[in-house]
Design a protein around this ligand. Sequence first.
Ligand code: SF4
Length: 672
Amino acid sequence: MPITPTTCPLDCPDACGVLVESDDRGRFVQLRGNPEHGFSKGVLCGKTALYGELVTSADRLTTPLLRDGPKSTHALRPASWDEALQRIAERVNRIRAQPAGGESILAAWYAGSMGLVMRRFPLRMMHALGATLVDGGLCDNSSTAGYETVLGNPIGADIEHADDSDLLLLWGCDMVRTVQHLQPAAQRLCKRGVPAVAIDIYRTDTIRALERWGSRGLVIRAGTDAALALALARLAYERGYADRAFLERECLGAREFEAHVRSAHDLASTARVTGLDPDSISELADLLGRAALPFLKTGVGFGRRRNGAMSMRAVCSLAAVLGRAERIHYESFGTFGLAENAIERPDLRPEGAPKRVVNHVRLGRELESGRYRALFVWGHNPAVTCPDAARVRAGMARDDVFAVVHEQFLTESAELADVVLPATTFVEHADVYRSYGHRRVQYSRKASNPPEGPRNNVAAFGAIARTLRLPPATWDTAPESLCEELLQASAARLGREGLANLRAGRSFKLEPDAQRGRETPSGKIELVSASAAAQGQPAMASYVPDDACGQKGEFWLTCAPSRATHNSTFNHSARHLARAGRPHVHMHRADAERLGLDAGEIATLANENGSLSLPVALSEDLPPGMLRVDGLPRACDVPEGVGINALVSGELSDLGESNVLYSTRVDVRRRG
Ligand code: SF4
């Protein structure tokens, strides 16, 4: 049976190598990990190991669906591709005939597939239409902004060499749930007696794992990461751990920063702010100060807050004080430098058509504004994935917004569409993948034939573009040709060896481009940042308490990644759902007792944005005053019919105009 090497397409830093087995007629049989992949080494997480459930699911969309009237009165009905394309063409041509018609078409895509071709090819059509685009602020822009403010070019340490470290520090990173393939290295380090510490806002699965392996975790108060990092920087100066030669040579504002941290952030006040005991902070300062080769892994946990960029700035500034700036591993695509515009082709935008980009976090408000006549969605389920999700749902439900959704399943967003187009899964199309965790690129060929009906993003959007008579570049191509175009356009970066490996189906590791500089305004590490000051932020990393965007609820609400499901399409797999179990709100026993709630009772979480009810699970891992919900509970399983992000504010982070997912506060009561 043919076996094809491919790549897990999910929004996960591990970007694992996958082998797909198909039968002689090209039908999917099964998949497993690719042992030749240099990072994942043949191991897949439980979510993707069962991905065949999604490929072969009877629930998959296999035909377009159309709505013949208002969303409130007309249901979706099956239709042919021709009919669906004609419907789209009629509506879009009418919109384009209006003044500024192109701009009133909004394109919203996200991380359903991380493949560069599937994600970015539909943008060709959107550019050719002069459409408005969403930006990428839904995930980690605040962390990226914080990192770039201090350190510039986000490359950092090589995760495949984490084993060489003499200290492992996991900060805001629940490795067990989000960077699973770092676990073996972490375990080996612990076995060798190398110190390992995880810092998080509750006792995560990672902290539990480190405890099992003889190491430890530090649970700090939510949103106080900057206070801890600045105290550790002060201790580094006081105890002689600061690398003064490095500071002098590489950093802008080293003296001001030293005076800044020495003026506050003493042990006692930091202990009060963070909730840690002073000895733990002191010990951590010594571990960091003595480590010659630490591996400092930051997740995006502390970044998805109102003060998220500031926390990242503080952690990066601490690393610079220690002379260990290059030892931070931040999740970023910054190392690759592939010619991604070769897929997107922004040059197809008509002359004079401005490139209007709107904030993804504000998608609900944008749709509410009445500015848009059409919405195209691919690789995305904004009705539950975006913050302020109730507003997004209301916006998508408007009858004056003609919504086209390209999807594998009838998701919450597809249910609100006027036209639904069935999509392929990753085993059914070719693509090029890079990772935001490791440094490997992969060229994945089509491994299996899709069922009759679903089309990949190139075929689906190409067919729309052709029907709209857009330029041939928007339709006269195929995924394999686009992969080749991308490789060719990136040939200088990939080199002959890279191209040969990729074309042979092997992952290729790209080392950072030595020609790239620091890429801060000054070309140095900026402990004092004029650009942050110009954006109304303190010029130096400071502790700014999380204001929860003014929400007054009693509890912090944290949404953790699920161990069993990855994104909302997994809600269409019975086996994944069975593994995940019924969604719950986890809370500390003392809080539950005070509120008179027993395990299993239904609690309503409510704030200024909305309300949602879930059964209670008691947890000793959460501090009092914190709630946790895992994964994305299905809107249909919640009495209010909404997802968890209906409680999340559409406000923005301090820098990077990103989400504030974890700055959510709610009140809790028993459901009446
Ligand atoms: S979800 Fe992540 S860990 Fe799981 S198989 Fe995909 S890339 Fe690997």
